[in-house]
Write a protein that binds this ligand. Sequence first.
Ligand SMILES: Cc1cc2nc3c(=O)[nH]c(=O)nc-3n(C[C@H](O)[C@H](O)[C@H](O)COP(=O)(O)O)c2cc1C
Length: 164
Amino acid sequence: MSKIGVFYGSTTGDTEELVMSLAAEFKDYDIDIYNVNSAAKEDLESYDNLIFASSTWGFGELQDDWADFVDVVKEVDLSSKKVAFIGTGDQDMYPDTFIDAIGIIYEAVKDSGAEFVGQYPVESYDFNDSRAVVDGKLIGLAIDNTNQEELTAERLSEWSSDLF
Ligand SMILES: Cc1cc2nc3c(=O)[nH]c(=O)nc-3n(C[C@H](O)[C@H](O)[C@H](O)COP(=O)(O)O)c2cc1C
């Protein structure tokens, strides 16, 4: 069975709660979930399929634990791996930096040779700017439970199907 490693950072628990629901979306996979505040390089190396999940803090800043972990990710050979992103954020309060964190992580690994999967259309959101938009699409799935909680379950299942 193919393995997925989910690596998340979460300050108030929102992203943690979200990634805990991922196992139900990936029933055909072995899925392990790591908080980046206690994950190591070796943990990343043992998966062919990776999901990086982060909230955004400040104005467009990485979640605190991700700020350290991004340097660990940069040390890993990602060239044979598939990488997907989930960003949690608030498009209403932070319309100019919506889910910037996953854009920052993407920028750190974009030349790693990884295959990036799970790009998501911008149309169902309402924001001005985001570092997570690359070539007109979000580099990963955006979840905004403050303003669009009613869309979360559908977005998750749509995004997860056929991801890896
Ligand atoms: C002080 C503060 C700053 C925030 N800055 C941003 C931001 O720049 N962009 C964004 O999309 N969301 C922003 N958010 C929203 C958080 O990312 C959102 O609440 C998220 O669900 C928190 O997830 P966590 O508990 O897993 O850290 C901010 C929230 C707070 C309280």
